[in-house]
Each structure stands twice: as structure tokens, then as C-alpha cells.
Design a protein around this ligand. Structure first.
Ligand code: SF4
Length: 388
């Protein structure tokens, strides 16, 4: 999928908040594919193929997608059931919204916004413009586990604004239905995260992006650290995030509050959680760089690459393994047990059977209590769904 190296919308969540990141990104060497990125590409490819069939009005898109399991994508990655399952969640949501109006569905469409910058462009997974309700639907499919929300998502806003700009829709202030489909992230926000807004309501986001562009174009780039640093590929050579990491060490050497109030403890925990997040992002970025350099044969003092191994697996078939055990009078057979309830629910769902029956025969047991940050968004979410 193509994206601009300076103001690509896939990175808008970073450069929209830190114009300094563009300075580093322009000469950032391309990282080689990783197993995770290849898996993500393959899942996207499955989704794209299914949507192409949907546009051709092929009767059973689900069955077609299922037939791709075991085949290879263009990069040679074998399509797994997990990839198909995730891609189907994305495709199914789109098919329900679009219905028969397939001509107005656009898959992997490149869009650009001259209003933001001549270099502001990107390729969105899917657009659907419903002229009867003046609503633009945008979908972005994420195969990763790290939580991404639709609300205030600069990437989705960039795609939506560009589509409206290119199709002269801005003046009519279309309603926007912006979606992140993330089936493998279990943060409690569901697989399809939806934000309903409008072009007028996202003007503030566009202005923030334009502000960042102006800083970069005016040679006045600013490095601003925040949650967005987690996804910044240049954090290994960013002085600002290095300073944050150094400050963490200094702060840990200062005096302790002797009898902290609840507010003080909560504040300290928030500070430490945030510091750990920043450090983790820097650590991951440095790990990637060091790994690449050592793989290229460059000496890195104090580090080397060690081979890692999976759990030991049988290299013979099951009957041979049982026979070895029988000869030695050791029973190597496991007791047959059903698949997990979650897997059973997925299997029911796939066959169109109501999976809720499994809920009556399964339960989650409490494993303990976890301290969770509470910014009031959960209460707002429950109220907005009328659950109270
Ligand atoms: S690590 Fe953070 S502060 Fe540094 S360039 Fe990246 S986004 Fe900006």
C-alpha cells in the first residue's frame, strides 16, 4: 500500500502531533519486512480480494475468501485461518453497509489533499459514499494487536477530507462514518470502532495537520513527545524522546513523598505508566535498529544475536510417538478434550449458528483484580449506548 514519505496519512497520527518526526522520516531507511508486517499484508490482501469479488457481485464472497486459506499472497505468505477470520470481520461490515450499491465502493483508493499539502496523500483500504444520505464511510483494517480507536483518528480524517476535497463534497458538509476494524485487539472496544462525525467537525483536526505542515515547511519543526511516539520509526535517533528517557532516571533519584494521598499516588502512577510507555517505544525502535545492524555484520558492543527456539515438537507422526511410549511403557496419549469455548463460538458463528448457546455452558473465572486507568470514557461509552 503506497503512502507519502512526508505527509502520508498512515503516519498522520505522528506528524500531525510532531512536525519534527517529518524531518527524521524523510531520510529514514526503509525497514525490511518482519513476520508481523508480512502477516498484516497477507490479511489485507485477503480482504482486498474478497472486496473485489464483492464488487463483481460474486454470490458467495465468504466461501471465496475461505478458499484462499493455504494459498500464498503476492509476497509468498501463506494465508491462515486467522487471517481469513479477521479479514471477514472487515469485509462483512462493508458488505452490510454497501448492499447492492457496489459501484460506489472504492477499494485501495489513493487520495490526496492539496488543501493540507501537495505531499499529503495516502491509500485508504475502503471508501463508500452514499449519495442518498450524503454520508461518506471510510474503513481502515488493522491486523495488529495494539489498540487503535476511530475517534480523533488523524489517518481516517485525512482520508475522508481528501476524498471529499477530490469529489467537491466539502461544501455539502457530508456526514462521516469513520471505522477502524481491528478484530485481534481485545481492549473492550469491539472489533469495529466507529466514529460518526462530519466534515465541519473535523476541521480542527485538519487545521492541526496544516499547522504541523507549516512548521515543517517553514523550517520550524518541533519535536513533541507523546503516545504517538509509540509508532514512530525514528524514535531511536530522536533527541526529544531520549531526553524523556533520561529524565525518568533522574526523577527516580529524587526524594519520595512520605505519606502520599490517593490523588498523589494516582498522579505518580499516571506519570510512571506514561514514562514506561515512552521508554518502551524508544526501546522497540532501538531494538529494531540494533537487530538490523548486527544482522548486517556490524559490531555492536555488548550485544549479539542469539537464535530462539519454539517449544519442542514431534518430528514423527502421532502413531510413531505413541508406539515409542508403548514400547517404553509410558502412555504418551492426551485425554481428548473439546476446543476452547471461544473457538467453539467462532466455529458456530462461521456456520451461521447462534453462538450465544455456548455462553450457557462456559464461564470466565476471576483471576484477580487489575488497576485500570479511568478517564471517564468508559462511563461515557455506557451512557451513550443507553445501558444505564
Ligand atoms: S519519537 Fe516522538 S518526539 Fe521523537 S520524532 Fe518521533 S514522534 Fe517526534
Amino acid at each position: 500500500m503506497e503512502h507519502s514519505k512526508t505527509f502520508g496519512f498512515s503516519g498522520a497520527g505522528i506528524w500531525g502531533r510532531c512536525s519534527g518526526s517529518v524531518l527524521l522520516a524523510v531520510d529514514e531507511p526503509e525497514l525490511p519486512d518482519t513476520p508481523d508486517s508480512l502477516e498484516g499484508d497477507a490479511a489485507h490482501w485477503v480482504g482486498e480480494q474478497m472486496l473485489k469479488k464483492f464488487k463483481e457481485q460474486t454470490p458467495d464472497v465468504y466461501q471465496y475468501g475461505e478458499s484462499l486459506i493455504g494459498q500464498s499472497d503476492p509476497k509468498g505468505t501463506i494465508i491462515t485461518e486467522d487471517m481469513f477470520d479477521a479479514a471477514w470481520v472487515y469485509v462483512e461490515d462493508i458488505t452490510k453497509v454497501v448492499g447492492d450499491d457496489v459501484d460506489n465502493l472504492h477499494v485501495e483508493l489513493r487520495v490526496h489533499s492539496g488543501h493540507i499539502d501537495p505531499e499529503a496523500w495516502g491509500t485508504s483500504d475502503a471508501f463508500y459514499y452514499d449519495a442518498s444520505t450524503n454520508t461518506l464511510h471510510v474503513w481502515d483494517f488493522k491486523y495488529g494487536h495494539s489498540s487503535v480507536l476511530a475517534e480523533d483518528n488523524f489517518q481516517l480524517v485525512g482520508y475522508a477530507f481528501s476524498f471529499c476535497e477530490m469529489n467537491q463534497l466539502i461544501q455539502s458538509n457530508p456526514r462521516l462514518s469513520l471505522n477502524i476494524v481491528q478484530p485481534r485487539c481485545f481492549d473492550g472496544n469491539g472489533a469495529v470502532r466507529n466514529w460518526v462525525t462530519s466534515i465541519d467537525q473535523v476541521r480542527a483536526h485538519i487545521n492541526i495537520m496544516k499547522g504541523s505542515v507549516a512548521q515543517y515547511r517553514g523550517n520550524n519543526s518541533r519535536f513533541v513527545t507523546g503516545d504517538h511516539c509509540r509508532h514512530c520509526q525514528s524514535s531511536y535517533r530522536c533527541a526529544a524522546i531520549t531526553k524523556v528517557a533520561t529524565m525518568c532516571i533522574d526523577i527516580s533519584m529524587e526524594g519520595m513523598v512520605s505519606n502520599p494521598t490517593n490523588e498523589s499516588l494516582a498522579y505518580q502512577k499516571q506519570l510512571i505508566d506514561t514514562s514506561i510507555e515512552r521508554l518502551k517505544s524508544k526501546q522497540q525502535s532501538i531494538d529494531i535498529q540494533l537487530t538490523e545492524r548486527i544482522k548486517r555484520g556490524e559490531p555492536v558492543q555488548g550485544y549479539r544475536m542469539d537464535t530462539t527456539y519454539s517449544n519442542r515438537n514431534w518430528t514423527c507422526d502421532a502413531d510413531t510417538a505413541f508406539m515409542i511410549g508403548d514400547v517404553m511403557k509410558v502412555d504418551l496419549r492426551t485425554k481428548i478434550k473439546p476446543i476452547t469455548p471461544t473457538q467453539a463460538m467462532a466455529a458456530f458463528k462461521k456456520k451461521g449458528i447462534d453462538e450465544s448457546v455456548i455462553l450457557n455452558y462456559s464461564a470466565k473465572s476471576k483471576t484477580g483484580l487489575k488497576l485500570t486507568a479511568d478517564d471517564g470514557s468508559e462511563a461515557r461509552r455506557i451512557f451513550s449506548k443507553g445501558k444505564l
